[in-house]
Design a protein around this ligand. Sequence first.
Ligand code: CU
Length: 126
Amino acid sequence: MKLKKLYGVLAIVLALVVVCAYVPAQAADDATFTAVEKDGAKMWEGGGTVDLTGRTTPLMLKVKNTLAAEHGFAIDSMKVKEVIKPNEEKTISVPLGNIDKTVSEHKVYCQLHPKHVAATLKTTGK
Ligand SMILES: [Cu+2]
């Protein structure tokens, strides 16, 4: 009985350690985008909504190119324009001052290929 209790406490402690280690790592990125190919079409996959209310830190966008050629990653309303190499994964930091607050749906596109399908990043708040 005592041993069972000890195992129970150990299990809870272990679960807390795992949760604590996991949460900050996940909270570091506000959104993730991946360049993929589906049915012959290249596209930026990903997106989500970021709440800017009371925000003081830059947005962190995780960008991944799983394809064999380089692809552009551009968001005009956030002053972002980058080229991502094949198999490259990087985190792009967007200062709050670069975000056009009059826009709530930001087009995430590839500036290198007009046919490359765009994604959308939404923002709420100011
Ligand atoms: Cu492209």
